[in-house]
Design a protein around this ligand. Sequence first.
Ligand code: PEP
Length: 254
Amino acid sequence: MKPSAYVVANWKMNKTGAEAQSFVEKSSKLLLNMEKAKVIFCPPFTALFDMGISLEGKPWILGAQNMHWEASGACTGEISSDMLKACRVEFVILGHSERRHNFGEPNNWINQKVLRAISTGLHPIFCVGETLEERQSGKMEDVLHKQISEGLAGVKNSNGMLIAYEPVWAIGTGEHATAEQIEKAHGIVKNYVCESLGDIGKDIPVLYGGSVNPENAGELIKAKSVDGFLVGGASLESESFSEIIKEVETFIKE
Ligand code: PEP
């Protein structure tokens, strides 16, 4: 049993504002009386405002998928922390593997974003994870160390930060990491987070992400080091996402 757990929906580039609103309506019916898991929806930027209104009075939280570290200025196509907060966003995913690998975001950008999020009151969902090639060539620990030490440099106050361990080879592939692989990786992540942040690192929840679905969620949430999930594909349908939340809820103490 766990004192609490998070379930984060990363909708990536899916759903308009209207689609996001109807998802919330449908999920509300499916999840009546399920209020133990901390559920965070991260829709695309264009759906944030509508989603913020839909979530009013619901036990769920709004998150964004990225942000820029500058407060304002000549950053075409970017979005600032204040803009997110104006849409009632509380959490922001930073360093997702698709940003790192497909859009070339280096650790020092992610670090500036983490620092800006914290200083403006947003809670970062800081993502780390190795590629298959890095794992197979024995570089997993080094990669995680670099992502964490550089990504969290200068952080003095975690401000409700969550960490998501997401092995790149498990994201969107249908192949999830085993509970044993997750326990080992989460142990490494936790050690490096404490090395970077000291004692405040101990209490930062570590989520797992990578092909979590209703069939494997019940087994993976049993792993001691798993404080919840970051879910991509299976969060797009309210039925499958609700099933995952139900699995997680059964492992949270009353
Ligand atoms: C993700 O987008 O972070 C993710 C884990 O995706 P999926 O659940 O589809 O693997």
